[in-house]
Design a protein around this ligand. Structure first.
Ligand code: 5GP
Ligand code: ZN
Length: 116
């Protein structure tokens, strides 16, 4: 799918509204529309990268930035002490439904013993 038709590109561009919690030069983060935990946010690169499988060496710093933004959001949401989970689904079998790279931040309840 080209970027102009991609759901998350539309959120990045402001063509589709979202509850945005963080924005900088490289990423946008917003609340998931169908939360799987009390806190469920998505950290999305502004660049259209379809999946983890499309990552190249040049994206290394961007992926590191995504993780650090998720850490910042987790701390701001008060999750640091009890913990939280970051999830990156890849491809159909990995449960990926939106083919624009995104990191899930889940927390606010115990996820121990649950992998999905
Ligand atoms: P995936 O299954 O690809 O790893 O995750 C896609 C996530 O995007 C899902 O958790 C889904 O609820 C979320 N999502 C799908 N459409 C929208 C939308 O239009 N707005 C927001 N905020 N989240 C969405
Ligand atoms: Zn996209």
């Amino acid at each position: 799918m080209v970027g102009s038709e991609c759901l998350f590109c539309k959120i990045v561009d402001g063509r589709i509204p979202a509850s945005i919690v963080h924005q900088d030069e490289q990423v946008v983060a917003f609340r998931d529309i169908a939360p799987q935990a009390p806190v469920h946010m998505l950290v999305v690169p502004k660049l259209h990268i379809p999946s983890l499988e499309a990552l190249e060496q040049e994206h290394q710093a961007l992926v590191g930035h995504m993780v650090l933004v998720a850490q910042k959001l987790a701390r701001e949401a008060g999750l640091a002490e009890n913990g939280y989970r970051l999830v990156l689904n890849c491809g159909r079998d990995g449960g990926q439904t939106v083919f624009h790279l995104h990191l899930h931040l889940l927390g606010g309840t115990s996820l121990a013993g649950r992998m999905a």
